[in-house]
Design a binder for this molecule. Sequence first.
Ligand code: AMP
Ligand code: MG
Length: 335
Amino acid sequence: MLAGLGILVLALTGCGRSQPELVFSGPTMGTTYQVKVVPGPAGCPPDLDHRIATLLQSLDAAMSTYKPDSELNRLNRQPVGEPFAVSADLLRLLMLSKQAFQLTRGAFDPTLGPLVDLWGFGPVDTGDRVPSEGELKEALESIGLDYLAIDEGASSVLKRRYIEVDLSGIVPGYAADRVSELLDSLGLKNYLVDLGGELRASGQNGKGKVWQIGIEVPSVDRSEVERVLALRDVGVATSGDYRNFFERDGVHYSHIIDPASGRPVSNGVASATVITPTAAEADALSTGFMVLGKDSGLKIADERGIALLLLVKEGAGFVEYSSAAFAPYLSERAE
Ligand code: AMP
Ligand code: MG
């Protein structure tokens, strides 16, 4: 599971003089996490490091498509028409996915699992092979989140036809939200959670200033800051086509798949950054907006009041496009 890596936590948010920032970090979900916490007067529990690591391990164990016995893979093996009891986390993830699926008119669709596998972006390495038309057509027949009925009251789901769920486009953001919930429950109010570039910010940094992050210029080998954003109590995620891809015969194949065609997106959008109240929403929507492309993406974002920033390839460079709700983030400078 690879998260979008378009976001840099800027060094300028580092240890402040007024109050130290505690940093907890480690590998998770095929990427890394970093949690910065400014302890309040009551301090941090001594085992906070362990509690964060354990929470992330259990989410990864349940939601990974790479682990044969994960809860998600058990759902994927569940026969059609038989109810499957889901954990509270999987229920929330599927309901959030359905909202993102509806908002993006099917562009974010976590039932793309068979296509993700076919293009070699899943657990099995296919050696950068381009699938045949026949293979794509067959895989497209088992795509569509509408084929998953969710019974919230009974905490169960039922597949109406054969589908495979891949939550890689939302789990890192959701995991950042879960860490945020853990910190809130401990009375911690000032923190920045970064899970593979999907972020959840709360309160202020150690210098008593609003947290700041940088949005990268899309590039395979460079990390240049395009924009500095000040974040107050929000989730932010970036999805891009430039870090996880392969090239065959001069064609660039990205890991973001268009559910309409079954093919990697090629609409010129190099990255999509979304700011919403939670990181899970931002994560799913940033993947969906990559698929929707510039015109439909901006239209939907404006209709729904969503903060969206797109970097679009034009000529030799990139041009920025943003929804109205993103404007305050572009004009504001924290320091
Ligand atoms: P992200 O990096 O958050 O944009 O998520 C990308 C991952 O989500 C890919 O590696 C796939 O596993 C999966 N994915 C690809 N295309 C889509 C899509 N259109 N909707 C939902 N998930 C997708
Ligand atoms: Mg995403």
